[in-house]
Design a protein. Structure first.
Length: 129
């Protein structure tokens, strides 16, 4: 698979997770850990697409902070997306372990906006390459 094809594939997968989360706005139906998992997955796939667009072999990990660090090393401005690191526990910890109430629920609207902004930015970048 060529780099541009890989980027398109990852972005398509990220968009699927984004669309799934749009239907998960009702917290009485979809628990925070389910919403958070799909948000994390969309962000992860978008970051991997961003890395692939620069020819960087992305790690087989769910760690958003590692991928943001790799992008920063490529001279990319990742500052607007640093808040997404808070989604890391939703990838594995909250997915497979007992989810404990963390006090305040996940801000679904804010997360949706942040992940959408990331996917849009990477999509725009992919068009330029």
């Amino acid at each position: 698979m060529g780099v541009s094809e890989e980027v398109r594939h990852l972005l398509a997968a990220a968009h699927k997770d984004l669309r799934a989360r749009q239907g998960m706005s009702d917290s009485s139906i979809f628990a925070d850990e389910i919403f958070g998992f799909h948000a994390q997955q969309a962000a992860e796939k978008a970051l991997k697409a961003w890395l692939a667009a620069f020819g960087v072999e992305y790690p087989r990990t769910h760690d958003l902070s590692l991928m943001l660090t790799l992008l920063d090393a490529q001279g990319q401005d990742v500052t607007p997306y640093l808040g997404l690191i808070e989604l890391n526990p939703y990838a594995v910890q909250y997915r497979y372990e007992a989810f404990e109430d963390l006090g305040s629920p996940i801000d679904r609207s804010a997360v949706q906006r942040e992940v959408h902004a990331l996917i849009s930015a990477v999509s725009d970048l992919a068009k330029l390459r």
